[in-house]
Write a protein that binds this ligand. Structure first.
Ligand code: ATP
Ligand code: MG
Length: 400
């Protein structure tokens, strides 16, 4: 029966004992059971072998020269947790045994011991060791997986947040598009219905004004009526522009020329307000296909807004860049800028901070740029001016 190989045959077992007879006999016994046997004769030698060979089990004598078994045990327990120690103790030393178990021994054997007892203890310690090592491995794997799951969760959270932000933005754009569409329906109808009686009011005001019996004070009132009527008419015209449908006259447009033309239209105001104009425009950018009236409207509105913000001097900067895919235009001013709470609302139809503004200008810009498949956004540091950036994609058919 003792000749049978252990199911743990091949495992390394270190015998550390200063009694040569015990070392030799135990060696013989363990080798027969198929173990790889290592030997040491004192605590220090034992530690060296453990460091080099990491045996599965160490049979460690308590009383040894140079370094005793207890000191060696303590070191092994800390530095080599996968090497399990069975202590050999003298007879009747239960107290020592308790001390050894506390210091990390997994078992102890009182000398003299029977061969069978030793082999049984070794096999049982190796079984426990196998289970515990597997457990430790599983715990490590579990910790690793938990860390990975946490990492995935973090990534997922970030992606969900990113998607929510995109969704929120898309939602805002849809709402704006719906507002513009609603505005289109209402204003097209309103413009017709209101402009006719408005024309009549204007006409009657003119008749009144030329009446010979009209005194100076009443003449002034009639003039005011005419002015207000004109203002209403102006609003209606802008509403119509903001809602204009798809019936555009598409043409090849030379953007630098359009910009120069709009600046010329504003020249008197620019001079009067002493605004410095700086343009930086790519030479010969590709032409785009669009409605020239609409493209002119973009710059009329942007430059008009910029000049409004700089009544007593400032700098208007216009840049135009092009690459293979798009035209990029930037219109910047050094006016009061847009407060951060307004920046997401400036493209809303009806949004205005001006006493006499309609709040249509930028919604018209947005509709036209979107109609060209492009994007427009506002940037501003309050107190330091505002910039409007437009990107219009170039179709493959775009020409120089
Ligand atoms: N360059 C700018 N600097 C600071 N604020 C601006 C600028 N451009 C636009 N805004 C803000 O955006 C609002 C909306 O502009 P938008 O052109 O749509 O209408 P408006 O200028 O108020 O009216 P209208 O165009 O009929 O004169 C403005 O009232 C202003 O508050
Ligand atoms: Mg405006």
């Amino acid at each position: 029966m003792l000749q049978k190989l252990s199911r743990f045959a091949g495992e390394k077992i270190l015998i550390a004992d200063d009694e040569q007879v015990i070392v030799e006999l135990t060696s013989l016994l363990l080798k027969k059971r198929g173990f790889e046997v290592l030997t040491a004769h004192n605590g220090l030698e034992c530690l060296e072998v453990v460091n080099q060979q990491q045996p599965a089990v160490i049979l460690l004598d308590y009383m040894m020269p140079v370094m005793n078994g207890l000191d060696a045990l303590k070191k092994i327990h800390v530095e080599h947790p996968d090497s399990y120690v069975i202590m050999f103790t003298g007879k009747g030393s239960e107290e020592v045994a308790v001390q050894l178990m506390k210091a990390g021994a997994v078992d102890y054997l009182q000398k003299p011991f029977s061969n069978q007892n030793l082999l049984d203890r070794i096999d049982s310690v190796l079984s426990i060791r196998q289970v515990e090592i597997e457990n430790r491995q599983l715990i490590k794997e579990r910790e690793f997986l938990q860390r990975e799951i946490q990492e995935w969760n973090r990534e997922l959270e970030q992606r969900v947040m990113q998607k929510s932000r995109e969704l929120e933005l898309a939602h805002k754009e849809i709402i704006l598009a719906e507002k513009l569409a609603a505005l289109g329906h209402i204003s097209a109808g309103m413009a017709h219905e209101i402009r006719n009686p408005l024309n009549s009011i204007n006409l009657f005001a003119q008749i009144l004004q030329s009446a010979p019996e009209l005194d100076e004070e009443n003449c002034e009132y009639v003039q005011k009526i005419s002015q207000e009527v004109e203002r209403i008419d102006n609003i209606l015209v802008q509403m119509l522009a903001a809602s204009k449908g798809n019936q555009k006259d598409k043409n090849r447009i030379d953007l630098p020329r359009t910009i120069a033309q709009v600046l010329k239209n504003y020249q008197v105001q620019i001079d009067a307000q002493q605004v410095e104009v700086a343009t930086s425009i790519d030479r010969n950018p590709p032409m785009i296909q669009a409605d020239p009236v609409e493209i002119e409207q973009i710059f009329t509105n942007l430059i008009g807004n910029a000049l409004f913000e700089m009544p007593a001097g400032g700098r208007l900067t216009i840049t135009l860049r092009s690459d293979a895919e798009k035209l990029s235009v930037k219109v910047s001013d050094t006016g009061r800028g847009i407060p951060s709470e307004n920046i997401s609302r400036v493209f809303d139809p009806f949004f205005t901070t001006k006493e006499k503004g309609t709040g249509f200008g930028l919604s018209v810009v947005l509709r036209i740029v979107n109609g060209c498949g492009g994007k427009v956004k506002a940037e501003s540091v309050a107190g330091e001016g505002a910039s409007f950036l437009i990107e219009i994609p170039l179709l493959p058919a775009s020409v120089h």
